[in-house]
Design a protein around this ligand. Structure first.
Ligand code: C2E
Ligand code: MG
Ligand code: MG
Length: 758
C-alpha cells in the first residue's frame, strides 16, 4: 500500500517535471519563432533598400551626377551598409561611396560574378557573397546586383557591403535576455553571421551538413532537428528563410539554457517528494513496528492467558483431587461424612418444600469387629467395599450413601411417599446386606447383618446433625432389639410401620371379605344450602384395629398395585348404594369417587365405570370422579385420554386438592374438568392469612372466567363459610356442615335435601 503511494507520488512529480520541461521547451520554441520572424522581416526590409540603391546606381551609371550623392549609405541612413560601388559593364569602377579609386574587394566580387555569368545567361536579382575579411569582421558581406537594360543585357554592377554584425547588434538585448543565438545563412549553407549574447562571429561553412538542409526545402520555416556540425547538442529553435532574398535566419537556444531556470524548482519538487516518500516510509515502518509490537504483545498475552488457564485447570484438578480425597471414603469410594453433610444439607432444604418424607438411615454391621479380628483387616476392608457396592445397587441413583468410618454407613433417601415405604426400604437394606458374601480374599461364606436406625425429616430433626444423631440413637435401639432389624427414632412409628406391613399382608383378604366400607360427606350449595352431591370416602373396618382411614392404606395400596382392585370395589359399591337409595325412594344426588394416579393410567377404568353403571342401571350423571393434580404429572396424555372418554360417557370430573400441586389454570383448561376443589390447606387460615385468602379469591375469579365451579374443602367454621360466600364460592364441604358418615347416617339428610345449620 505504502509502496504504491510512494510510486504514485513519484510518478506525479516526474510527470509534472516532464510536463513543465516540455512546456518550457515549447515556450522557448515559440519565442525563437517570434524572434526569427521579426529578424527576418527586418532583414528583408534592409535588403529591400538595396533595390533602391540599385535604381540609383543605374541612374548614376547613366551619368546622372545627382544620383551619386544619393548613393552614400550615410545619406540614406542605412548604417548597415558600409559602402557602395558601381561598376560598368566592363567591370570598371564608376562610383565608390568611399571615394576610392579602386575597390579591390568589390571588384573581385564583380569579376567572380561576371566570369560565372555570361551575357546570354539570365541574371540573378541579387548575389550575396561571403566575407572577404581575413581577420575579424567576417560578418561583412558583399552584395552584388547586376544592372541590366530592358533586354536583360548587363549595363553594369551595383555592389555594396552589408554589415550583418551591425544589423545583428540591434538584437543584442534580445539575444541576451532570451538566451537565443541568432545566425544568418546564405543559400549555399555558409553561416555569414552569428550573434550569441554579446558575441559576434561569422563565416562558418556548413554547406552539405544536415544542419542547413532546410535551405533546400520548400517550406519557409522549420524546427531545428539536428545538431550543428561543430556541436553535439541539438538546439531548440527555428530555421527561417527570407521570402525575397537568398538568406536565412536561425534562432535557437541550448536546451540547458531553457531548462536552467526550472532546475531549482525541479530540484525542489524532487526534494519535497523525497521528503514525503521518506515520511511515508518512516510512517509505514513505524506502523509496522507498532503492529508488530502489538502482535508480539498479543501473543505474549495469549501465551500468558493460556499459561494461566492451564494453571487454573491444574489447580482445579488439584482442588477436585483434594476434594475427592477429602470428601470420599478412601476404601469404598463413596462419600465420607464431610460430603454427606454437604449434600444432605442441600437435600434437606429441598425437603422443606416437599410433602413427601425424607429419611436418614444409620447402619452399622453386626459383629464386624469379630470378622476384622478373626479374618484379618484385608477381609474386613473387602467386606466394607462389598457392602458399599450392594447399598448403591439397591438404592436409587440420587439417594445418598456415605461411610462415616469403621462399619458405619449412612443413607439419605428423599421423596418417600409414606412411612411404610421407609420401613420397606429398611427391610430391603437388611435383607440385601445379610446375604452371604462370596470371594472376599479367598473367603467364601462371610455373613453379617446390619442394624438400622431411621430418623425422618422433619419430625425427628431439622438439621443433618440432628437427624444423624437421632438415627444413630435409633440404630442402638435396633441393636438392643436383636441384630438384623431396624428401628424408627419415633418409637410410635415402629409399631405403625409394623402395622403397615400387617395391613399390606391383609389387604387382599379385606377386599374379598368386604372389610372396606364407604362414608359419605355432602357438598352444599352456599346460597341455597341444598345438598348438591356427596363424596364417597373409603374406610377399612379392620377386625382388630377398628376403623382405619384412607391416609393409612391408600399410599400402601398404590405402591403395591392394590389401588385398582380397591377402586373397582369403590365404583361398584357406590353404584350399589345409589341403586339402594333409588329403591328406598331417596332423592338422588351425584356421588363423587376419588380416583388415584394409578387408576387414571388404567385404560380399563372407563369400562369398569360403565359396566358398574350398567349393572345397577345408574345414569352416568350421578357419578362424579375426583382426581388430584398428581394424576396429571407424568403420563399426562394418557390421563387426559381416560378423562376424555369418561366425560364422553357423561361422567363429570372435578379437580381435587387444588392448589397443592403445580397445575396452572390454563393447563387445566385443556382438560374436561367441570369443578375445582380448593384444598383445605387454603381454607384453614382463610380468615387470618392474607395470602391464602388472596389465593382463594383469585382462584374463584379465574375459575369463573374458565366456566368452572368452585368447591371449598374442609370448611370447619361458620366464619370460613361466610367468607367463602362473600368471595363468590359456589359450594362448600367440611366438618362444619357435615362430617363424613355411613350410608345409613347420610340417608335422612338426602331425604331432607337441604342442610339446617345451627
Ligand atoms: P379428599 O378427597 O380431599 O377428601 C377429603 C378429606 O378431607 C376426607 O378425608 C375428609 O374426611 C376430610 N375432611 C372433610 N371435611 C373436613 C374438614 O372440615 N376438616 C378436615 N380436617 N378434614 C375434612 P379422608 O376421608 O381421610 O380421605 C383422605 C383422602 O383419601 C381423600 O382426600 C382422598 O384423596 C383419599 N380417598 C378417600 N377415599 C378414597 C377412595 O375411595 N379411593 C381413593 N383412591 N382415594 C380415596
Ligand atoms: Mg376427594
Ligand atoms: Mg381434597
Amino acid at each position: 500500500m505504502m509502496c504504491a503511494l510512494v510510486s504514485i507520488l513519484w510518478a506525479i512529480t516526474l510527470t509534472r517535471i516532464d510536463n513543465e520541461k516540455q512546456l518550457a521547451l515549447d515556450n522557448a520554441l515559440s519565442n525563437s519563432r517570434n524572434i526569427a520572424a521579426i529578424i527576418s522581416a527586418n532583414l528583408e526590409e534592409i535588403l529591400s533598400k538595396t533595390q533602391l540603391y540599385q535604381q540609383i546606381g543605374k541612374a548614376a551609371l547613366d551619368g546622372t551626377s545627382q544620383a551619386r550623392s544619393y548613393l552614400s549609405p550615410t545619406y540614406l541612413d542605412l548604417s548597415a551598409y558600409l559602402r557602395v560601388a558601381i561598376f560598368n559593364a566592363n567591370q570598371q569602377l564608376v562610383y565608390s561611396s568611399a571615394r576610392q579609386t579602386a575597390e579591390p574587394e568589390l571588384h573581385e566580387v564583380v569579376r567572380n560574378y561576371a566570369s560565372h555569368h555570361h551575357n546570354n545567361a539570365p541574371h540573378e536579382a541579387m548575389f550575396i557573397g561571403t566575407s572577404m575579411a581575413q581577420h575579424g569582421y567576417s560578418w561583412r558581406i558583399p552584395i552584388l546586383m547586376p544592372i541590366t537594360d530592358i533586354a536583360g543585357n548587363i549595363e553594369g554592377y551595383f555592389t555594396t557591403i552589408l554589415d550583418l554584425g551591425y544589423f545583428l547588434n540591434a538584437y543584442k538585448n534580445v539575444s541576451q535576455s532570451s538566451g537565443n543565438r541568432i545566425e544568418i545563412f546564405n543559400n549555399s549553407g555558409i553561416q555569414l553571421a552569428e550573434l550569441d549574447g554579446e558575441m559576434l562571429s561569422g563565416n562558418l561553412n556548413f554547406a552539405d551538413s544536415p544542419y542547413v538542409r532546410f535551405l533546400y526545402d520548400s517550406s519557409l520555416e522549420q524546427v531545428i532537428n539536428t545538431a550543428r556540425p561543430d556541436e553535439t547538442v541539438t538546439h531548440i529553435g527555428i530555421h527561417r528563410k527570407l521570402s525575397q532574398y537568398p538568406l536565412a535566419i536561425t534562432v535557437s537556444r541550448t536546451p540547458e539554457s531553457i531548462l536552467e531556470n526550472l532546475e531549482d524548482t525541479h530540484r525542489n519538487y524532487i526534494y519535497n517528494t523525497f521528503v514525503a516518500s521518506l515520511a511515508i516510509l518512516l510512517l509505514t515502518y513505524g506502523l509496522i513496528r507498532i503492529l508488530h509490537k502489538r502482535k508480539v504483545l498479543y501473543e505474549q498475552l495469549l501465551y500468558s492467558e493460556r499459561e494461566k488457564s492451564l494453571l487454573i485447570e491444574e489447580l482445579e484438578q488439584e482442588k477436585s483431587r483434594v476434594y475427592q480425597l477429602a470428601s470420599h471414603d478412601y476404601l469404598t469410594g463413596i462419600p465420607n461424612r464431610l460430603l454427606f453433610n454437604e449434600i444432605a444439607s442441600a437435600e434437606i432444604l429441598r425437603a422443606r418444600r416437599s410433602r413427601n418424607l425424607y429419611a436418614v438411615f444409620f447402619m452399622d454391621l453386626d459383629k464386624f469387629k469379630l470378622i476384622n479380628d478373626s479374618l484379618g483387616h484385608g477381609v474386613g476392608d473387602g467386606l466394607l467395599q462389598e457392602v458399599a457396592k450392594r447399598l448403591k445397587l439397591i438404592l436409587r441413583e440420587y439417594d445418598l450413601v456415605a461411610r462415616l468410618g469403621g462399619d458405619e454407613f449412612v443413607i439419605l433417601v428423599s421423596e418417600i411417599s409414606s412411612e411404610s415405604r421407609v420401613a420397606e426400604i429398611a427391610s430391603n437394606i437388611i435383607r440385601t446386606i445379610s446375604e452371604p458374601y462370596k470371594h472376599i480374599l479367598g473367603h467364601d461364606d462371610i455373613t453379617t447383618s446390619p442394624s438400622v436406625g431411621i430418623a425422618l425429616y422433619p419430625r425427628d430433626g431439622q438439621t443433618v446433625d440432628e437427624l444423624l444423631s437421632n438415627a444413630d440413637a435409633a440404630m442402638y435401639t435396633a441393636k438392643k432389639a436383636g441384630r438384623g432389624t431396624y428401628r424408627f427414632y419415633d418409637a410410635s412409628l415402629n409399631s405403625s410401620a409394623a402395622r403397615q406391613l400387617e395391613l399390606l399382608s391383609q389387604f387382599k383378604r379385606a377386599l374379598r371379605t368386604d372389610e372396606f366400607c364407604l362414608h359419605y360427606q355432602p357438598k352444599i350449595d352456599l346460597h341455597t344450602l341444598k345438598i348438591t352431591g356427596v363424596e364417597a370416602l373409603i374406610r377399612w373396618q379392620h377386625p382388630k384395629h377398628g376403623l382405619i382411614f384412607p391416609n393409612e392404606f391408600i399410599a400402601l395400596a398404590e405402591e403395591h398395585d392394590l389401588v385398582i382392585p380397591l377402586g373397582h370395589w369403590v365404583i361398584n359399591a357406590v353404584c350399589r348404594q345409589l341403586a339402594q337409595w333409588r329403591e328406598q325412594g331417596v332423592p338422588l344426588v351425584p356421588v363423587a369417587i376419588n380416583v388415584s394416579v394409578k387408576q387414571l393410567q388404567d385404560s380399563a377404568l372407563t369400562q369398569t365405570v360403565t359396566q358398574a353403571l350398567a349393572t345397577y342401571k345408574i345414569p352416568p350423571h350421578l357419578l362424579e370422579i375426583e382426581i388430584t393434580e398428581s394424576c396429571l404429572i407424568g403420563n399426562f396424555d394418557n390421563a387426559a385420554e381416560v378423562l376424555k372418554s369418561l366425560k364422553e360417557e357423561g361422567i363429570r370430573i372435578a379437580l381435587d386438592d387444588y392448589g397443592t400441586g403445580y397445575a396452572g389454570l390454563s393447563y387445566i383448561k385443556t382438560l374436561p374438568i367441570y369443578a375445582l376443589k380448593i384444598d383445605r390447606l387454603f381454607i384453614k387460615d382463610i380468615r387470618n392469612d392474607n395470602s391464602d385468602a388472596m389465593i382463594v379469591a383469585s382462584t374463584i375469579s379465574l375459575a369463573r372466567n374458565l366456566g368452572l365451579k368452585v368447591v371449598a374443602e374442609g370448611v370447619e367454621s361458620k366464619e370460613q363459610m361466610l367468607h367463602l360466600k362473600v368471595i363468590g364460592c359456589d359450594q362448600v364441604q367440611g366438618f362444619y356442615l357435615q362430617r363424613p358418615v355411613s350410608a345409613e347416617q347420610i340417608t335422612p339428610l338426602l331425604q331432607q335435601q337441604t342442610l339446617e345449620l345451627k
